[in-house]
Design a binder for this molecule. Structure first.
Ligand code: SF4
Ligand code: SF4
Length: 368
């Protein structure tokens, strides 16, 4: 995405004012640091001028919570005195803007979209709750000027300054950000008193930050053969036992993942009224596939890891245009308490001789 005459600049000092201006038109969400200094987490929260915005540390969680809340009431129900049943829909959340998400999080919504739009498999239903939010949401992504050792967005078609999925891309430039419109909806956001045209100096600095992030990425091994390699590994029980040996089945990898979209539904009621709740669920949890009969088709962690990796790098691509259901954000690697590294599982499945061991930091150590 090249910068153009319409690119704008916002200084760090004016950022709050810019977001406050946008708050008049949108429900604005932005990353915010929470918890103790040095030990806290960066979470997406409704923008609050007093609390500020955290843009120097990668968000601990993904932005999916804005469009796919961890728990939401799908409707309320009540049995009326005449015996009828009344249903009440949740209020429309209205226009929404997510500011400051990394490019991998913006791409993450492109994984959700076909699933909740019901494409890929005949007869699939559309998820109106997700689609309604999605159609009213715009994304201002913030290019990563630093990359972590766990980042591998470039393995799966992305990049630290990628704009796919975003409406505006913000690139760090000196004491602020150059804002590039990616879509017409994004161009409409680049108005307001807090912004000024991006001058030559800011544009040059933004191009440097774009280039330096890309330069810091380690070489990516080609993984286009992963779908077929994982299909070949399907019945290789020793392989999956070995890969899953250290997994604790905690589910952190799925809850933090920007592309994991599974949920559970429960009815919670008291007397003659209640709510139907949708809550995140995790395929890494032992009860995820437990059937009422007591049978569990994925009875152990090896079967669950096989499903998780197979889904992201084989089954999903075969349904949705060969796009991997992983954007390489690295959260599952960074937050796994036992060091399970999805990059290693994929490269192991491809065959160690074809994997680029140097591209997986610590790869050689974990089996020690
Ligand atoms: S975060 Fe690690 S230990 Fe927890 S379920 Fe995922 S792979 Fe297993
Ligand atoms: S699988 Fe891991 S690296 Fe891939 S998108 Fe999910 S959390 Fe990020």
């Amino acid at each position: 995405m090249a910068m153009n005459a319409q690119s704008k600049f916002v200084s760090r000092d004016a950022l709050s004012e810019f977001l406050a201006e946008l708050s008049a038109r949108f429900r604005v969400w932005a990353p915010r640091r929470e918890g103790m200094e040095g030990a806290g987490a960066v979470m997406y929260r409704p923008f609050d001028q007093a609390a500020g915005v955290e843009l120097d540390k990668k968000p601990t969680e993904s932005a999916k919570r804005v469009l796919f809340p961890p728990a939401e009431a799908l409707f309320r129900f009540r049995r009326e005195t005449d015996g009828g049943l009344s249903l009440e829909s949740p209020p429309d959340p209205g226009p929404t803007l997510i500011f400051g998400l990394p490019p991998c999080d913006a791409r993450g919504f492109l994984i959700f979209d076909p699933v909740y739009a019901g494409s890929g498999t005949a007869g699939r239903a559309q998820d109106t709750y997700y689609l309604r939010r999605r159609s009213k949401t715009v994304l201002i992504a913030r290019a990563c000027s630093r990359v972590l050792s766990t980042c591998f967005c470039h393995w799966v078609g992305g990049g630290p300054a990628g704009s796919e999925g975003a409406d505006v891309l913000a690139l760090e430039a000196d004491d602020g950000f150059v804002l590039e419109a990616v879509t017409p909806a994004g161009a409409e956001l680049l108005e307001g008193k807090a912004l000024r045209p991006a001058g030559d100096k800011a544009v040059k600095a933004a191009e440097q930050s774009r280039a330096s992030a890309q330069k810091n990425m380690l070489p990516a091994p080609g993984i286009s053969e992963a779908p077929e390699a994982l299909r070949r590994r399907f019945d290789d029980a020793p392989f999956w036992r070995d890969e899953a040996a250290h997994c604790l089945s905690c589910g952190a990898c799925t809850y933090l993942c920007p592309t994991c979209y599974c949920f559970n539904m429960t009815d919670e009621g008291a007397g003659t009224s209640g709510i139907r709740l949708r809550s995140w669920d995790a395929c890494m949890a032992p009860l995820f596939t437990l059937e009422a009969s007591g049978h569990n088709p994925r009875p152990d962690k090896a079967a669950r890891l096989k499903n998780r990796i197979g889904h992201k790098f084989s089954y999903y691509p075969s349904l949705h245009g060969q796009r991997f259901a992983c954007v390489g954000c690295g959260r599952c690697i960074k937050s796994c308490p036992s060091g399970v590294d999805i990059r290693r599982v994929v490269t192991d499945a491809l065959g160690r001789e074809t994997a680029s061991a140097g591209a997986v930091p610590g790869k050689e150590k974990r089996h020690a």
